[in-house]
Design a protein around this ligand. Sequence first.
Ligand code: C5P
Length: 261
Amino acid sequence: MNASRVIVAFDFASADAALAFAARLEPHACRLKIGKELFTATGPALVQTLVQRGFDIFLDLKFHDIPNTVAGACRAAAQLGVWMLNVHALGGRAMLEAAREAVAASRKPPLLIAVTLLTSMGASDLADVGIAGDPAAAALKLAQLAQASGLDGVVCSAQEAQLLRRECGSKFLLVTPGIRLSAGKADDQQRIMTPAAAIAAGADYLVIGRPVTQASDPVAVLDTINREIATAADSNALSPALSRRAGEGAQIPSPRAREEG
Ligand code: C5P
C-alpha cells in the first residue's frame, strides 16, 4: 500500500525523460502527476506503463466541457487505471455530477477532485472574466460546489488549506502545490510552504515537482520529505487545536482512511 502523501509533478516533455526518471523512484515512496504537456506529447500509453509499474497516477488534465463530454473523458481516464483525476469546478454542478457518476460507474473508481480558481489569476484577471469580488471567497464557493456535487476534494494552495479544511470538514481531500523544502529555492512559485507547514495547514497530498525532479538524489529528497510529513502528521493528530478543526473529534483521519471511509 502506498502511504506517501507526495505527488511528484512529472513535468517532462517526453516519455523517455519521464520513464528514465520513474526508473529511479520506488512506487511506494510517492505518487506521480501527469499533466497536459506530458500527456499531449506521449498519450495514454505512458500512463498505462507507469500504472503497470505500480505507480499511483494523478491525471491532471483539468477537464472542463459540457457534462456528456466530461463524463466520457472521466470514464476513459478511469479505464487507464489512474488513482486520481481532476475537472474544473467552473464547469458547474451538472458537469461535476456527470463526472462523479462516470467515475463511480468505473471498475476501479479513481479519486475525483476539482480545480477551483486557477491561482495564476488575480482579482483583476477574475474581474475580466466576470468573477467579481474576493478570489478566496469565490474559491471557497467553488470548493463547496464540488463537495456538494460529490467530489472527493480540490486542488488548492497551501495558504487556502486551513480555511477549506475548516469549511469543508476532515473528509474532503486537499491537494496542494507550491511546496518547497526549507533549504530549497522557490523557482517561479510566489507563495510557498514547507511540507510540514502544508500538512499542519490541513493538506492531504502535496504536489512537488522540481525539488524532486531536479535533485541529484531524488530518492533521498523523497525520503526526507516523507519523514517530515510523517512527523508533521503525527503532531497534527496530537494537536488539540488541529484535531478540533471542523468541530470534529480527537483523531484526524489519514487521507487513506478518508478514501476508504
Ligand atoms: O516544480 P513545482 O513544485 O513548482 O511544480 C508544481 C506543480 O504543480 C506543477 O505541475 C504546476 O503546474 C502545478 N500547479 C501549481 N500551482 C497551481 C496548480 C498546479 O504549481 N496552482
